[in-house]
Design a protein around this ligand. Structure first.
Ligand SMILES: Cc1cc2nc3c(=O)[nH]c(=O)nc-3n(C[C@H](O)[C@H](O)[C@H](O)COP(=O)(O)OP(=O)(O)OC[C@H]3O[C@@H](n4cnc5c(N)ncnc54)[C@H](O)[C@@H]3O)c2cc1C
Length: 478
């Protein structure tokens, strides 16, 4: 028999009850899965909630670190039982809206990669990055459709489209998916493909990152690519208007063997940056030619003949070394990114970009880089069968990125990015590329990647799978 105290409960009693309740709830989840479970304040919690982008400072109510798909099923069912929202994180390269108060499923322990060299496929776990897939595929003369860095997660990248250096030749990574294993918001494990649950398969190939379930494995096609002609030509930053104008006319005339970009880069004055570039600005013509070497060299020679670059790093390259093309950072950093699709690159847009991205003499740049990737080819062709149809069929994809070295400059950096986008408004299509959206902007703008009919179709699929919208931290349909 329990005796009740006559005194009303104090705040301390409430706090104590909350802690005991939380502890028993977490213990219940721990009992259900083989992986780790963390609550706020527990050792391991901070590590499990952090990722590549250090600006993400979310405080999930509970974090599950599943080690297999059964754990994911249990974690998702637990969230349904407890009425918790669900957010997903593999590497933290592309965080959505903050996962405060949600169950965060951190997939980073699910890193299995299996290559089938005969069928030319890779089966990849939810937490695997591109590095092991590229390395193992290259041993068989094959390549996946990774992006600018092997440090990004395969599944998150693919769910958002995935535009890499083989894009114009082979399409987006989402085009190369054969099947997904996914745990739906009610905790059902499904294998979806063109012939099994084709609607869910369609939605996940570029429209469903984080919003209609947890993908536990993906089977992707591999392509016969071993050696490429790739790299960078570095021109002075002052030449940016000239180089960009030339690129705007030159790139659309090139074969689909070439995926290229022009980048105005303000290298930060950090030790990790090679001395030749540290603290300096350059206009870079970069890309990857996935055809015969002689033709690739001839295409790049057009630039060399036009103007000798300050540094010429364009050469024959084993595709295993594809990271050398973009030289992206791998250490976690506080980064901001935004994006626009453009069908043309008129002089006025180039002037806006160059004047806003190049720092005035003696000042620190607020925008780290503006990269304009040339799309079209297989990137645009795949639009007709993809949910993110208008989010991939432009001619040029602009990415603007910044680092926020100190929280005090966060607002200044954010407004520099926003004002640059605002100034470019007359020249953009209005559609966003999902993989270059983060945080609140991902929630606010992701719907713009889909045409009206596709948005309606996605909304119907979402409503059937997640009627309570508990998976609300990824792509949002507006
Ligand atoms: C340095 C750098 C270079 C990049 N280069 C390119 C590039 O060349 N091309 C390109 O297209 N993109 C590029 N990106 C963008 C990148 O593809 C996206 O940020 C992508 O979302 C990262 O996926 P992730 O799993 O690594 O990141 P996370 O932040 O862990 O995940 C991103 C989002 O994907 C969803 N998600 C992740 N895993 C799952 C899952 N298992 N099931 C369901 N949803 C899931 C979640 O909504 C999550 O919020 C780059 C990003 C960075 C930081």
């Amino acid at each position: 028999m329990t005796t009740r105290s006559a005194a009303p409960p104090t705040q301390t009693d409430h706090d104590d009850l909350a802690v005991r309740t939380r502890t028993s709830v977490l213990a219940a989840l721990s009992d259900r899965i083989a992986g780790d479970v963390y609550g706020p304040g527990e050792p391991g919690y901070d590590e499990a909630r952090s990722g590549f982008n250090l600006l993400t400072d979310h405080r999930p109510a509970v974090i599950a670190v599943p080690v297999n798909r059964f754990d994911v099923v249990e974690a998702v069912r637990f969230a349904a039982d407890e009425g918790l929202r669900v957010a997903i994180q593999a590497t933290g390269h592309g965080p959505g809206a903050a996962a405060n108060g949600a169950l965060l499923i951190n997939t980073s322990a699910m890193t299995d990669v299996t290559i089938d060299p005969i069928g030319r496929t890779a089966t990849v776990g939810a937490g695997a990055k591109w590095a092991p897939v590229l390395e193992q595929a290259q041993q068989h003369g094959l390549a996946p459709l990774l992006g600018s860095t092997t440090d990004v997660g395969v599944v998150g990248y693919t769910l958002g489209g995935g535009f890499g250096w083989l894009g114009r030749k082979y399409g987006l990574a989402s085009d190369a998916v054969r099947s997904f294993d996914v745990v739906t918001p009610d905790g059902n494990p499904l294998r979806v493909s063109a012939t099994s649950h084709p609607d869910v398969f369609w939605a996940l190939r570029g429209g469903g990152a984080g919003s209609i379930g947890v993908v536990t494995d993906v089977v992707i096609d591999l392509f016969p690519v071993t050696t490429v002609y790739a790299g960078n030509l570095f021109y002075p930053a002052e030449d940016a208007p000239e180089v960009m104008r030339r690129f705007a006319a030159w790139a659309p005339a090139q074969s689909e063997d070439l995926t290229s970009a022009v980048t105005l880069m303000n290298f930060p004055p950090l030790d990790v940056v090679p001395e030749a570039f540290r603290g300096k600005s350059f206009t870079i013509v970069r890309g990857c030619w996935a055809g015969d070497r002689a033709s690739g060299k001839a295409v790049v020679d057009e630039w060399r003949d036009w103007k000798t670059p300050e540094v010429d790093l364009w050469a024959e390259l084993p595709f295993a070394a594809a990271d050398a093309i973009s030289m992206d950072p791998t250490d976690p950093m506080p980064a901001m990114v935004t994006t626009e699709w453009m069908n043309e690159l008129p002089d006025e847009a180039i002037d806006i970009l160059t004047s806003r991205v190049r720092p005035a003499p003696g000042t620190m740049p607020l925008v780290l880089f503006a990269e304009i990737r040339h799309a079209g080819g297989a990137v645009a062709r795949g639009a007709a069968t993809s949910p993110n149809d208008i989010g991939r069929d432009g001619t040029f994809l602009l990415e603007l990125a910044s680092i926020v070295p100190d929280p005090h400059v966060g607002l200044a950096v954010e407004s520099a990015l926003r004002l640059t986008r605002d100034a470019l408004a007359p020249f953009v299509t209005g559609a966003a590329y999902l993989n270059f959206l983060e945080g609140d902007e991902k929630a606010a703008r992701s719907a713009s990647a889909f045409s009206q009919p596709n948005r309606r179709r996605l909304a119907a699929i979402k409503a059937a799978l997640d009627p309570d919208n508990r998976f609300c931290h990824g792509v949002a349909l507006g």
